[in-house]
Design a protein around this ligand. Structure first.
Ligand code: GDD
Ligand code: MN
Length: 369
């Protein structure tokens, strides 16, 4: 039992999304592994449809070491971990997955390192000697290794497993980085290491990545995109918001969609240019909306019927953006600016308008349910 006068030495942060059948087992295992430690656990649940949060709240009412932070209308492993760490005053914090793939018996050894040495970060690694990824498909192994190399190269770290989701960090090291964190996607460790204002003192301990206990992985193809966005944010985020970058990329792709539709329709016999152009505009808007919903705003994406009202608001906003685009370009061109520069200025103004307005009108409404 937790003595209410004792201070907590270690906070374990567990991000959860649809982990109903894992959290009780994990809790029992933590209880066992940390028997000699003053610890607490903070589950951060993104309003899982399987009602993991309801179970966690029941557990937290029974178990004084347990807390559950329930986030509504938000998604993201990294962001969840950051908020969990912000919710505790413990001097040392650990992050561990809920699905029992990480070896919780490593936690006391990680803590021992923290107690004995001036280390900022202890990482559970799958790639160092003695570590292993267990039964992984070759394709996933290749992806993981590629991402590892990318992270090492771009961020200048020499870690054996920067993609690990299992680590322990000292509170001061976390707080020194917290304002610079991107909080994007799955790779919180890369984010922490890259955001630190000073080189961190790091220790790596090998462990064997186990099979998932119950439920299924949330890692999908979007994770690769989120990882690229994280790297982009770390590289250029100081000057350019990555969402705007993503929005711009999607827009550029939209031009391709437009031209493809237009040229296809024009090749049909008897097709009027106006009809073809109008259809191309419509399809490009739909595809831009869909891609922005899936990629740029993946963490707030609209689902079900809300996609339809989102699309209508998106189209209305982009219509005004197009007017602004043409207005600015025409104004500059009349004043003697060349056609290309005028057009680019119009596109820039239109894009920034579209981005600024849709980010509020279309997607932030997604925070409410
Ligand atoms: N709150 C919250 N929100 N939790 C999430 C979300 C989310 O959007 N997505 C995933 N989680 C939780 C899961 O419930 C699980 O506890 C943990 O984050 C890891 O998710 P998995 O879906 O099990 O990921 P994985 O096993 O494929 O990936 C793991 O291994 C990777 C290394 O290959 C994770 O540890 C990754 O961080 C790690 O990079
Ligand atoms: Mn997992």
């Amino acid at each position: 039992m937790l003595d209410t006068h004792e201070s907590v030495e270690l906070a374990v942060v567990v991000p959860t999304f649809n982990e109903r059948d894992n959290v009780e087992v994990l809790l029992a295992r933590l209880d066992q592994a940390l028997a000699d430690v003053r610890w607490e656990v903070i589950f951060v649940d993104d309003d899982s449809p399987d009602e993991t949060a309801r179970l966690l709240h029941t557990l937290s009412a029974r178990h004084p070491r347990v807390r559950c932070l329930r986030r509504i209308g938000r998604r993201g492993l990294s962001g969840a971990c950051v908020e969990g760490m912000l919710a505790t005053g413990a001097p040392v914090m650990a992050v561990i997955d809920a699905d029992l793939q990480h070896d919780e018996t490593l936690l006391p050894r990680m803590l021992q390192v923290m107690r004995a040495e001036p280390i900022d970060l202890v990482i559970g690694t799958r790639y160092a000697h003695g570590g292993s990824v267990g039964e992984w498909q070759a394709s996933r192994l290749r992806m993981s290794q590629l991402a590892t190399r990318l992270a090492r190269g771009l961020l200048g770290t020499s870690l054996s497993d920067p993609m690990s989701g299992f680590f322990m960090i000292r509170r001061e090291a976390f707080e020194a980085s917290v304002y610079r964190l991107s909080g994007i996607g799955f790779k919180i460790l890369v984010d922490l290491v890259a955001s630190s204002p000073r080189p961190l003192r790091i220790r790596e301990l090998p462990f064997r990545f186990a099979e998932r206990h119950a439920g299924s992985s949330k890692l999908d193809s979007r994770v690769a995109w989120e990882f690229l966005m994280l790297l982009a944010d770390k590289l250029v985020g100081r000057w350019l918001p990555v969402r705007l970058l993503s929005f711009g990329l999607v827009g550029t792709l939209g031009v391709g969609v437009h031209l493809l539709v237009l040229s296809t329709l024009l090749s049909l016999p008897g097709m009027a240019f106006v009809a073809a152009q109008a259809s191309a505009v419509l399809l490009a808007m739909i595809s831009n909306f869909a891609l922005n919903n899936a990629l740029t705003y993946r963490d707030q994406r609209l689902t079900g019927w809300r996609q339809l009202s989102g699309l209508l608001k998106f189209m209305a906003t982009c219509g005004v953006g197009a007017l602004a685009n043409v207005g600015v370009a025409a104004y500059l061109n009349r004043d003697g600016t060349g056609w290309l520069l005028s057009a680019l200025a119009g596109i820039l103004v239109g894009t920034v308008w579209n981005y600024g307005v849709t980010s509020h009108l279309v997607w932030s409404a997604g925070r409410r349910r």
